[in-house]
Design a protein around this ligand. Sequence first.
Ligand SMILES: [Fe+2]
Ligand SMILES: [Fe+2]
Length: 133
Amino acid sequence: MIKWTPALSTGVASLDEQHQQIFQWLTELENAALEERTLFGVYAITRLNRYMREHFSEEEAMMKSVGYPDLARHILEHAEFRAKLGELQIKSISEDISMDTVKFLQVWLTKHITKTDMAYVPYLNLEKAPEIS
Ligand SMILES: [Fe+2]
Ligand SMILES: [Fe+2]
């Protein structure tokens, strides 16, 4: 069963909560694929898509607010994924969610969180660090 693990922790509670919620929808999507539940698959991928859009917007706003230097590349990664997830969502209406799709999403999310997201976390901590007077 797919689930969030502490190896995916960024050390930022609010971010981890959002990533955990994303993984919960991914687990639901995995269930839909394994049990060949077409309608539930459409529902789960729709919720996953909506939740990820909200999460991406929040992350992008947070990175902007601290002046993260690699913001453009991060936004591009989000945009490419949003387009792909949109395609998969449309496909789910005519075809059951496949395990290949679930695996693709799991691999992308794991890589994105552990590499791309974790790269901006030190910038958030810097901003929160007490000022030296
Ligand atoms: Fe993220
Ligand atoms: Fe991200």
